[in-house]
Design a protein around this ligand. Structure first.
Ligand SMILES: Nc1ncnc2c1ncn2[C@@H]1O[C@H](COP(=O)(O)OP(=O)(O)OP(=O)(O)O)[C@@H](O)[C@H]1O
Ligand SMILES: [Mg+2]
Length: 422
């Protein structure tokens, strides 16, 4: 469904046409046509249905503006439009419904932008110039779009359990050791340490994306992201403490879509509070790593998070990792912890302040700054667990020597445990 509208050769087509329902918006569109040197007749009266009729017998323009106001089923109508629209057309929609789910579904249908009515000339000019830029922009790596994308969200049950340490290390392993294009999205907008851990300035790319979700595309993320190494791009911010996040969540959805197109892997440092405000954040994720400590509070919140993921992100595989574990001094024993969360821990990482201090002082990810430590080798083994789980999830199961499909032991164990529970 997306494919027909991916930027391609525009040839000698008309630069623009529009199909608008109401006179007020039509006036705005015609005045912008004047500014752009386009004939006013390019802005037609009539909404999406007229666009479908006209385009089924005429060549598609480079940029098409359609009004969804009179459409009872915008997604279905947009899909009909896709059938008559030629490849390479940038479609901008406008409408009066302000709903993040509709926005998300429209974007998934291949739309370039959605403008909320009433529209202003500035808003429309911006959207058009943005579409023009996107028409000519090369993607970071078109090849990455064809490979199965792995998106890992790392979430701590409590503050300070080491979720960010693990997230930055995973991003480092994917990019530096495995040589895969990796996008690291640090959603701790005010207090994130993704860039700091690698001795980099965070930039304000993430804050810009949140403020201007309509601008997010391949070119935007290429400019807004900072480089951690040749294959690692980081999107983060260090927003002022007095600036709350003002977003309906569309920016995060749009970012994940662009990451999926540009990178082989996405690693998200996902503060648990963000899940409450933006539960749809996990829609594009296929692996959740829950990082916990061996405490009562952490067990309670691991239970709650696991239950929430089961109902709200059933497509995600889940790994539960205990970090900073000091066998002699845990508030809750491993056995009690596992009993209370009703599943085994997938990985236990020891408390090792010597290694974390060493890596922090060197400005490196933990897996790089203290390579041979137990905690670093543990995080490396996590990558294999993620690979096993996500391979099974995408259905491309690896075959064993005997030609039989190889089952991930972790998933097998988890599966049987869940069914016993049921
Ligand atoms: N295995 C470990 N042993 C000792 N210290 C660790 C370990 N893992 C992480 N740390 C340290 O714990 C501190 C908190 O880590 P980190 O910032 O990764 O946690 P977090 O869960 O992301 O915290 P926040 O809730 O603030 O986001 C850091 O100083 C880090 O170096
Ligand atoms: Mg953190």
């Amino acid at each position: 469904m997306n494919a027909p509208w991916k930027s391609g050769s525009a040839g000698t087509r008309d630069p623009f046409s529009a199909y608008i329902c109401d006179d007020l918006s039509l006036d705005v569109v015609r005045s912008v046509c004047d500014d752009m040197g386009w004939a006013q007749e390019k802005a037609n009266k009539g909404g999406l249905r007229n666009a479908v009729q006209s385009l089924s017998v005429a060549a598609s323009p480079q940029i098409l503006l359609v009004d969804l106001s009179e459409s009872g089923d915008p997604i279905n109508d947009i899909n009909s439009l896709a059938e008559v629209c030629e490849p390479g057309t940038m479609v901008i929609a406008m409408g009066q419904v302000n709903d993040v789910r509709l926005y998300r579904d429209l974007m998934m249908s291949g739309l370039h932008d959605y403008l909320l009515k009433p529209i202003s000339s500035d808003m429309l000019r911006d959207a058009i110039s943005h579409a023009q830029t996107a028409l000519n922009a090369p993607r970071i790596d078109d090849g990455a779009a064809d490979k199965p994308h792995v998106s890992v969200a790392v979430i701590g049950t409590r503050g300070g359990v080491g979720a960010s340490t693990i997230a930055s290390s995973l991003a480092w392993i994917y990019s530096e050791r495995m040589g895969q294009l990796t996008g690291f999205l640090d959603l701790d907008v005010h207090f994130g340490t993704g860039a700091l851990a690698l001795d980099l300035e965070p930039g304000r790319g993430l804050a810009d994306a949140i403020d201007n979700p309509g601008r997010i595309d391949g070119l935007f993320i290429e400019r807004a992201m900072i480089k951690g190494n040749e294959k690692l791009s980081i999107l983060s911010a260090e927003s002022p403490i007095g600036s709350p996040i003002l977003s309906d969540g569309s920016a995060f959805y749009q970012l994940q879509e662009e990451f999926k197109a540009a990178f082989e892997n996405t690693v998200i440092d996902l503060p648990r509070g963000m899940l409450i405000a933006y539960p749809h954040l996990l829609n594009e994720v296929n692996m959740i790593v829950i990082v916990c400590e061996m405490s009562l509070a952490s067990a309670r919140d691991a239970i709650r998070l696991l239950a929430w993921f089961r109902s709200n992100a059933p497509q995600c595989q889940v790994l539960v990792v205990a970090n900073k574990v000091q066998n002699a001094a845990t508030e809750v024993s491993r056995k009690d912890f596992e009993t209370s969360i009703e599943r085994p821990l997938d990985l236990v990482l020891p408390f090792d302040s010597k290694s974390t201090v060493q890596a922090a002082r060197a400005g490196k990810a933990l897996v790089e700054g203290a390579k041979s430590s137990k905690v670093a080798t543990g995080i490396v083994s996590m990558v294999d667990m993620i690979k096993d789980a996500t391979v099974v999830e995408t259905g491309a199961e690896a075959e064993g020597k005997d030609g039989k499909k190889k089952k991930s032991s972790m998933l097998g164990g988890l599966g049987s445990m869940l069914s016993k529970k049921k």
